[in-house]
Design a protein around this ligand. Structure first.
Ligand SMILES: [Zn+2]
Length: 672
């Protein structure tokens, strides 16, 4: 098992989260066979930390007391997995330790401002010892337990990779943390975490992960470390340090209740963001099989689960299934069917998708927040292929790869980003800017946006409308039968500069909210029209800028009205034109992505229509797809790899057009 970078090939991971009390139910050879039959090629299994799953000699490394005494279960498992061709990734969790360790080594543990330790699960029934959080800056998670435990297990066992669970910094006011804080920032650690320097947590984590990673590489340089990243973590560089493979955890936590259901695009965006930052291999998307940890002994509704899983490969990621137990102890056997079926499909497309490049004509500048999410929601729901550009990657060369670039509201105008946008438009780029930006020179921002420099931010408007201006207005396409669409939220009151064209204006609130409904006899609009712009367009150099001085993304995020999706679609079409690359029958809930792989084009379609959580998949029929012919000269074949088989197609001077007869869950179409 010694190929240098096995982890750069396609991975399908299953992580059985085994309960220690079920240890005697592990039959290594049977388990290896089962996981292979489920089309996994890599297993993540517990090795060390809270429980050592082997006879560790490292002091205070707590050994799973349910391990058999007469044989080495870990050794047996690893060799059984290897015999079936499965790679073994060792999971460690040094974030907690037993209370007997606390009594002997109290300096290793997290303290609050009162000096009290953090106890996990004190009220858990069933005669368990207490677990307490360990401090990332002390010996337990560094030289005294984590490092020797890694050295011991990696020297003794044929481990292929390492994964750290809960690797983050837990807020802690122990003496070690206070000392470190003083050294780092030259001042005392504040009483409340809200007053900490923002980089504190990620810097501590980086120091810790780097030490652990160096330890691992010192034993065997070819062992990759799999590390978490978080969609909403703003200092990714600190997180990424010391990891080879990025993983993210887009969970479908239905137990939060229907009103708090996770957004449908969570896996999509997590993987997209991961791809924008992963260097050597596609990011891994960890999906738990359960509808929330409180219900971890059951499975997600199968239709919802299959839809959620499909987004991982469709957006260019690799699946990592997290299960509660091994197949023999899993109570909800539907999970096994869904996982097997998903893996079977992912295995079918793995070689085609390996190293495939995203084809997107549109880029969204990323900054975690509602506005970026609203844009992403709209782009996904209008099947616009797009890439995400993280803040640290915004430069002219990157922007120039895209026909259109979207700047969401509140985006920070820092450094030379403004001159970068300017050059981008002068060289032919199409910039779409929304609402209020953060910072930047007022005159220069106004010049870029095609407005006069005096602007005023409005109060939050309600009961207001957007009016389309002029005939043949490209922003009104598909909405010709209405002159108004709903509007609310903040507006940047501005005036167009000379040469700018106003495509939409504000109709101010006709009534305060308390009297919008009654009486209808008084519901007149006293002002039907203003010259306050809600969309301004101007040519700039060889490109253009389309400015929408209101929160379109917030409207999409909050209301999910078809009109706002259509407006977003029209904005993108106006900017990117045919170079948005793919056109698909617009259906809310249908997702589409586009890749280039060698000579072939690969298109994914994921069907999430219907009310979530999906109780059934609602098949979609006769989806028409068109691609610019420039992407593929002389197409020979269009084939649905997963659901449809060979498809007929037509071409003309501009387009390749085909129809997908049916999409149940997930289809990948290959065009060569
Ligand atoms: Zn501490």
């Amino acid at each position: 098992m010694n190929s240098v970078s096995w982890w750069k090939k396609s991975l399908r991971i299953i992580q059985p989260n085994m309960q220690v009390r079920d240890t005697d139910r592990i039959d290594p050879e049977r388990l290896a066979r089962q996981l292979k039959e489920m089309h996994a090629n890599t297993v993540v299994f517990n090795v060390g930390g809270i429980y050592a799953w082997y006879p560790s000699a490292v002091p205070f490394h707590h050994i799973n007391e349910y391990l058999p005494n007469d044989r080495d279960l870990l050794e047996e498992m690893i060799s059984a997995f290897h015999k079936e061709g499965l790679r073994f990734v060792a999971r460690y969790d040094f974030s907690k330790a037993d209370d007997y360790v606390y009594q002997k080594q109290p300096q290793w543990f997290v303290r609050d401002s009162q000096g009290e330790p953090e106890i996990i699960g004190a009220k858990r029934p069933g005669n368990w010892s207490l677990l307490m959080s360990t401090c990332i800056n002390t010996g337990y998670r560094n030289e005294e337990v984590a490092v020797p435990a890694l050295k011991e297990s990696l020297s003794k066992y044929d481990i292929d990779g390492v994964f750290f669970n809960n690797p983050g910094t837990i807020t802690c006011q122990c003496g070690s943390c206070r000392d470190k804080y003083r050294t780092l920032f030259g001042k005392e650690m504040p009483e409340h975490r809200s007053e900490y320097e923002r980089s504190w947590w990620s810097v501590c984590m980086r120091h810790n992960i780097e030490l652990l990673n160096d330890t691992i590489k010192g034993i065997r340089s070819d062992i990759p470390v799999l590390g978490y990243y978080n969609l909403f973590n703003e200092r990714l560089e600190d997180r990424k340090a010391g990891t080879d493979l990025l993983c993210t955890e887009p969970q479908n936590v239905l137990s939060q209740g229907h009103h708090n259901i996770p957004e449908f695009w969570k896996p999509a965006l997590s993987i997209k963001l991961g791809r924008s930052r992963a260097e050597e291999a596609a990011p891994l998307g960890i999906v738990h099989s359960c509808p929330g940890m409180d219900w971890r002994h059951t499975g997600l509704p199968p239709a919802e689960y299959a839809f959620w899983l499909a987004q991982i490969p469709a957006y260019g990621g690799q699946i990592w299934h997290s299960l509660t137990g091994v197949p023999d102890t899993i109570r909800d056997k539907r999970i096994l069917k869904t996982v097997t079926e998903h893996n079977r499909k992912e295995a079918l497309i793995a070689s085609e998708m390996h190293g495939a490049k995203s084809l997107a004509g549109v880029a969204l500048l990323w900054r975690s927040g509602k506005s970026t999410e609203g844009w992403a929601d709209g782009l996904v729901n209008r099947q616009v292929p797009f890439d995400i550009i993280p803040e640290e990657s915004v430069d002219l060369e990157t922007l120039n790869r895209y026909r259109a670039v979207i700047v969401p509201e509140h985006y920070p105008v820092e450094g030379d980003v403004l001159s970068c946008w300017k050059k981008y438009t002068e060289q032919g780029g199409k910039l779409i800017v929304e609402g209020r930006l953060s910072g930047g020179d007022r005159e220069q921002v106004a010049e870029l946006l095609g407005i006069q420099s005096r602007v005023t931010n409005s109060e939050r408007l309600t009961a207001s409308y957007l009016r389309f201006e002029g005939n043949d207005n490209p922003l009104q396409r598909g909405m010709e039968d209405t002159e108004l669409i709903p509007h609310r939220g903040h507006v940047v009151y501005c005036k167009p500069a000379v040469g700018s064209q106003v495509l939409a204006t504000l109709v101010p609130p006709f009534s305060p909210l308390e009297s919008v409904g009654a009486p209808p006899e008084r519901a007149s609009m006293s002002v039907e029209q203003t010259d306050i712009p809600l969309a301004i367009y101007h040519d700039k150099g060889n490109g253009s800028v389309l400015y929408v001085p209101f929160s379109l993304s917030e409207l999409i995020d909050e209301c999910k009205l078809g009109e706002h999706y259509q407006l977003l679609n029209n904005i993108v079409d106006m900017a990117a034109g045919r170079e948005r690359l793919m056109k698909v029958t617009p259906i809310t809930g249908l997702q589409a992505t586009l890749y280039q792989s060698g000579e072939a084009l690969l298109l994914h379609f994921v069907n999430g229509t219907g009310r979530r959580p999906l109780a059934n998949s609602v098949p979609l029929h006769d989806i028409e797809v068109s691609l610019p012919i420039s992407l593929i000269s002389n197409p020979e074949s269009v084939k649905g790899i997963l659901e449809n088989g060979e498809l007929s197609f037509t071409t003309n001077d501009e387009e390749l057009i085909f129809t997908l007869p049916r999409i149940d869950v997930w289809e990948m179409v290959k065009v060569i």
